[in-house]
Ligand binder design. Structure first.
Ligand SMILES: NC(=O)c1ccc[n+]([C@@H]2O[C@H](COP(=O)([O-])OP(=O)(O)OC[C@H]3O[C@@H](n4cnc5c(N)ncnc54)[C@H](OP(=O)(O)O)[C@@H]3O)[C@@H](O)[C@H]2O)c1
Length: 298
């Protein structure tokens, strides 16, 4: 099968279109024929030898986690799907999943049926970003009706979904970003979602009420931020997204009911993965970038 490999750590030019063996699903896994693969900042960081590269191991490896496609084969023990089902997910993260490829073998319970209203590009754009938003706002912060949620980096992949999810939970949402820095001066926020990182993580402490929660998603929280959080009695957490097929089922429900809409900025063919990386590296992407994968039938 065709796949895009990181040949060595470095810039977008280290991405190589290559031929590798198709994976075989072991017990509890399904083989997904990939229709589209999402592109995330962690893909770029891992390509450079940062991100989750310590768990992926040394190059060469196939990059990518977000995947949407069709179940083509199943290992022993899978009861959740049937051959031909359209599925989506972010399997194996933070270990390698190999989503930039024509086929992916994935643990069945890390996938879910894709939203029926979503195109394959939309389904592939959702998993990592929407699971991050879900695990932060629903599982960790337990956001409730009437709470104030600040989303910093609201125009990006995670941010535009987190904004909609927080609203659907009944929160009042303040969005911040490069062009809305005034929002960082607001006070009495219950939950601040930091999708920008750098020096802005410390600034976000100013927005929170005592007892509020800072979720340092982008870069984690430095010792200085942790210390300042303790001094102000603000909780500081460093979440890392995990595969979760059940949450993806709920997310698919929100997409199908019209409560969650994923915005695609641009779709690239698989072989132009390097161009997609260059585009995301430049910034100003509105929503998500996706790789379309066409299986060559031979
Ligand atoms: N911990 C986890 O599990 C986890 C999960 C998902 C993502 N992440 C991390 O979270 C971050 C966001 O992910 P994403 O997928 O949403 O990325 P993205 O699509 O690139 O979005 C980043 C957002 O941040 C904004 N931004 C960047 N620099 C800024 C600055 N200096 N001031 C204000 N806004 C700025 C961008 O706006 P502009 O386009 O205007 O620059 C955009 O809205 C990344 O660092 C990613 O690696 C972590």
């Amino acid at each position: 099968m065709r796949a895009v490999e990181v040949s060595r750590f470095g810039g977008p030019d280290v991405l190589r279109l290559t031929e590798v063996d198709r994976p075989s699903p072991i017990s509890t896994e399904v083989l997904v024929r990939v229709a589209a693969a999402g592109v995330n900042p962690v893909d770029l960081k891992t390509r450079r030898g940062e991100g989750v590269s310590r768990w992926v191991g040394p190059p060469p490896f196939i990059l990518g986690w977000d995947v949407a496609g069709t179940v083509e084969a199943m290992g022993y023990g899978v009861t959740r799907f049937e051959i031909g089902d359209t599925v989506y997910g972010m399997p194996r993260f933070p270990r390698a999943a190999g989503a930039y490829a024509e086929y992916v073998a994935a643990p069945s319970r890390q996938l879910a049926r894709a939203p029926s209203k979503a195109s394959s590009a939309e389904a592939a754009a959702l998993p990592l970003a929407s699971l991050t938003a879900w695990q932060c706002l629903v599982d960790t912060a337990h956001v409730k009706e009437g709470q104030r949620v600040l989303v910093h980096g609201a125009s990006g992949g995670v941010g535009h979904l987190a904004t909609q999810l927080a609203k659907s939970l009944g929160a009042s949402v303040i969005t911040a970003g490069r062009r809305d820095r005034d929002a960082l001066a607001s006070r009495d926020v219950d939950v601040a979602l930091d999708l920008v990182g750098g020096d802005d993580t410390m600034l976000l402490l100013d927005t929170l009420r005592e007892g509020g929660l800072l979720l340092a998603v982008a870069d984690g929280a430095s010792e200085a931020v942790q210390r300042e959080g303790r001094r102000r009695r603000v909780r500081v957490m460093e979440p890392l997204v995990e595969p979760d097929g059940h949450a993806l089922e709920k997310i698919a429900g929100l997409v199908d009911s019209g409560d969650l809409e994923v915005k695609i900025d641009e779709v690239f063919p698989l072989e132009r993965a390097a161009a997609a990386h260059e585009r995301l590296e430049k910034g100003s992407v509105r929503g998500k970038l996706v790789l379309e994968v066409e299986v060559s039938r031979r």
